[in-house]
Design a protein around this ligand. Structure first.
Ligand SMILES: Nc1nc2c(ncn2[C@@H]2O[C@H](COP(=O)(O)OP(=O)(O)O)[C@@H](O)[C@H]2O)c(=O)[nH]1
Ligand SMILES: [Mg+2]
Length: 368
């Protein structure tokens, strides 16, 4: 029998915890091949959460209580994971909110995906069949959807529809490897960091739709402002796509600067200055991308790896030049010359940037 441990972080959940624990253990019949355990990680709630859990342990011997200081959701999860790994040696670990927003009846759907080979299953509110609360005011719906789209696009992993969901099933080996990397994210941003780790480490990620409902009892503990700022910065520093776009901007500045010096100050011939400036910016882009944007899949440190990949990089860059030249020319032929700069910006934004990013990932900085 495989062991499955549900980690429930709680802070003042006295009105929810009983129903949730009963709901989780009610799955025992539906999952006869799994031994279900629950660890409540309570950050010293001043209400009755702990005494309710202690009383329930009499009825459910596979229920455990871990008392911690109040240091945020991420810290509570790391402590829960560590305790589960040390004491129970589980095969599978669940993350779940303890306010009944996540329906425990959906647990078997996650387990089913794991049995089919997934390493990490996300309960998604945004995929077909999933939902956010109908009673949310329109601005909350927009803000939640927009935040999720931002993370999805910034990480260029469009297949994953819900990055911030807190309902997940994760194989324990993955958590074991992730802990040292994510343990310093104490707040809600921890969830994004953990999924980012799983994506970068090539785990098999699947989603199941969930119906997220608003809590009825108790108050939300999320500090939205802190959460938004932390997520914004996390993504900014960890998204290879954003770093790659910044490298492009640096390359453009170098290209422009050297051309300017060559043409204006040194009176070089225009084609010579352009050739030099373009190639220098290509070289700098290549190295900045290798050691920064795609640092998690750096090329091997050898000439045998650098030379062919640098040539491929030049080829992709030449492709960009051709696409831009032909594109701007065609658009001005159809629509006139007046807005040539708009055409150029659009071609760079919608064709060159995704085109190069996709080719780099496919042919130079390949996923391992
Ligand atoms: N142990 C612990 N649990 C927390 C902490 N902050 C939030 N939680 C729990 O995390 C879950 C999600 O929090 P909630 O306030 O519902 O956030 P929301 O659903 O995003 O509004 C709930 O079960 C909370 O009780 C914390 O600092 N420590
Ligand atoms: Mg909640």
């Amino acid at each position: 029998m495989r062991k499955l441990v549900v980690i429930l972080p709680t802070y003042n959940e006295e009105k929810n915890i009983l129903r949730l624990i009963e709901g989780i253990f009610a799955n025992e019949k539906k999952l006869p091949n799994w031994e279900i355990h629950v660890i409540v990680v309570d950050s010293n709630s001043p209400d009755q959460t702990q005494s309710i859990v202690l009383a329930l342990i009499e009825k459910y011997p596979k229920l455990h209580l871990l008392r911690t200081k109040k240091e945020g959701l991420g810290k509570a999860y790391v402590q829960g994971f560590t305790s589960a790994l040390e004491r129970l040696n589980p095969y599978l670990i669940f993350e779940m909110d303890a306010d009944m927003s996540h329906n425990p009846k959906e647990i078997p759907h996650f387990v089913h995906k794991i049995e089919q080979g997934a390493d990490f299953v996300i309960g998604s509110r945004y995929m077909k069949g999933g939902s956010i609360p109908k009673n949310w005011p329109i601005q909350r719906k927009i803000y939640s959807t927009a935040a999720n789209l931002y993370v999805r696009f910034a990480f260029m992993k469009l297949r994953i529809t819900d990055w911030t969901s807190g309902y997940r099933a994760i194989k324990s080996w993955l958590i074991k490897n992730a802990i040292s990397q994510v343990k310093d994210y104490s707040g809600y941003v921890f969830q994004v960091a953990l999924l980012d780790f799983a994506v970068k480490n090539k785990s098999h990620i699947e989603e199941v739709p969930i119906q997220f409902v608003d809590r009825i009892h108790g108050k939300s503990k999320i500090n939205s402002f802190q959460y938004i700022i932390q997520t914004l910065f996390y993504v900014l520093f960890h998204s290879s796509f954003i770093k790659y776009a910044m490298v492009g901007l640096i390359g453009f500045t170098i290209d422009f600067g050297i051309s300017y010096i060559g043409i204006e100050k040194l009176a070089l011939q225009v084609w010579i200055a352009t050739l030099i400036s373009t190639e220098i910016s290509i070289i700098s882009n290549f190295f900045l991308n290798n050691f920064w944007s795609f640092s998690h899949k750096k090329l091997d440190h050898s000439m045998k790896s650098y030379v062919p990949n640098f040539l491929k990089f030049n080829l992709v860059s030449s492709g960009s030049i051709v696409i831009q030249t032909v594109g701007v020319q065609l658009l001005t032929m159809f629509f006139g010359r007046k807005f040539w700069y708009i055409y150029k910006v659009c071609i760079i934004a919608f064709i060159i940037i995704p085109y190069s990013y996709i080719l780099y990932n496919k042919f130079i900085w390949k996923d391992r």
